[in-house]
Ligand binder design. Structure first.
Ligand SMILES: NC(=O)c1ccc[n+]([C@@H]2O[C@H](COP(=O)([O-])OP(=O)(O)OC[C@H]3O[C@@H](n4cnc5c(N)ncnc54)[C@H](O)[C@@H]3O)[C@@H](O)[C@H]2O)c1
Length: 356
């Protein structure tokens, strides 16, 4: 996979104890990379990091990306070839309660990681993970393209818009000479997959309700969202990282990694599909949420298709099935490290020669 580029490469992953970070570090390790994580302790109970025993499998520095000295030391001690910057405060609702923390983490934290990378000669490539919410949402149903304006209604979305603007400015200010690293940004939307226990996310909420034998209460049943399995954007990040390592600045740009168009389902449809796949549970409609929720936001993925050769592989149905299967095995107390690796291998097989 990925032209074998990750074999024996030193890869630093910030946010490695989170949902995406746990999947990404495992995948990188299985590709033969020497992985170092940099993150806070997991803040959900349970967490994928803990349940899979990743503290015994992935070397991790437990530190804050606001700690500039620690970052600098980590970069200099490890000398990474490539950085995947995933650490963030990623929750819209939390950003209403903690706007300063959200901006400190997502903007200043990102700048700190970039500065630490800049003073470290080994770094050749850097993928900054943002989100589809970085776009100024004009409430249109056509897909956003990479050169559409940044924006964001809530503090989370706008902090990620800032992270994009920061990356572009950093690239032009400090990374134009030949020796400096190639910096790209990756924009993906809502992802689902096993191992997510974050607050106020639909699938974790469904799974928690089913396992507590209470009805699944959905608040915006008709809201339409695109749904993508976590391995899909991760394959995009890894492919982008490969291209940066192979061709450098040619790919030092922003890329969208969105789902198959038909993966657009309502919240009610997804909740019902979770129940159908799980074989138990009941969906009820609760009181409507009072905070602002953006309408449907779609990404135009033409650029990633044409320039990187990336395409999403899994339908929404398959993504939901894989996700529910993961949680069912988890609650049946199966070996979740083995099963997660099995899902990664199956996904690789499903992609076939695409990223060979
Ligand atoms: N999950 C999604 O649906 C989704 C969608 C679009 C974009 N994203 C982006 O993907 C990335 C990962 O999201 P996730 O769902 O895995 O989040 P998560 O909350 O599961 O993980 C966040 C990670 O960042 C780390 N972190 C947070 N603050 C930190 C700090 N100050 N210093 C060091 N580490 C810190 C946490 O310890 C954790 O490892 C984020 O950048 C998020 O914005 C996620």
């Amino acid at each position: 996979m990925f032209n074998n580029i990750y074999k024996n490469k030193k890869v630093l992953v910030t946010g490695s104890t989170g949902f995406k970070g746990s999947w990404l570090t495992l995948w990188l390790q299985s590709l033969g990379a020497d992985v170092l994580g940099y993150a806070l302790l997991p803040d959900t109970e349970p967490s994928m990091y803990t349940e899979l025993g990743l503290k015994h499998r992935i070397n991790t520095i437990f530190a804050n990306i606001l700690d500039r000295d620690k970052l600098k030391k980590t970069f200099n001690d490890f000398s990474p070839d490539i950085v995947f910057h995933i650490a963030a405060q990623p929750l819209v609702l939390r950003s209403y309660d903690e706007p300063v923390l959200t901006y400190e983490t997502n903007v200043i934290g990102t700048l700190n990681v970039l500065m630490a990378a800049r003073q470290c000669d080994s770094v050749k490539a850097f993928v900054n993970v943002t989100t589809d919410k970085c776009y100024e949402n004009k409430e249109v149903t056509t897909g956003y393209k990479e050169d559409d304006p940044m924006g964001g209604y809530d503090m989370y979305s706008s902090s990620k818009g800032c992270s994009e603007i920061l990356s572009s400015s950093f690239r032009r200010s400090f990374l134009e000479d030949e020796k400096s690293f190639a910096l790209a940004t990756a924009r993906a939307g809502n992802v689902i997959g096993g191992g997510d226990w974050a607050r106020d996310r639909l699938i974790p909420d469904c799974i928690k309700a089913i396992n507590n034998s209470i009805p699944i209460e959905i608040r915006n049943p008709a809201a339409v969202r695109p749904w993508q399995h976590v391995l899909e954007p991760l394959s995009g990040y890894l492919l982008l990282g490969q291209k940066l390592l192979e061709y450098g600045k040619l790919y030092a740009q922003a890329y969208n990694f969105g789902p198959i168009e038909l993966s657009v389902l309502t919240v009610a449809e997804v909740a019902q599909k979770v129940v159908d796949n799980y074989g138990k549970g009941k969906v009820i409609v609760g009181e409507k949420k009072t905070f602002h929720e953006a309408g449907l936001l779609m990404l135009d993925i033409t650029k990633a298709k044409e320039e990187l050769g990336w395409t999403p592989a899994l339908s929404a149905d398959k993504a939901i099935k894989n996700t529910v299967d993961w949680y069912k095995k988890y609650y049946h107390k199966e070996n979740m490290y083995d099963y997660t690796m099995q899902q990664i291998k199956e996904y690789e097989e499903f992609c076939g020669e695409k990223y060979a």
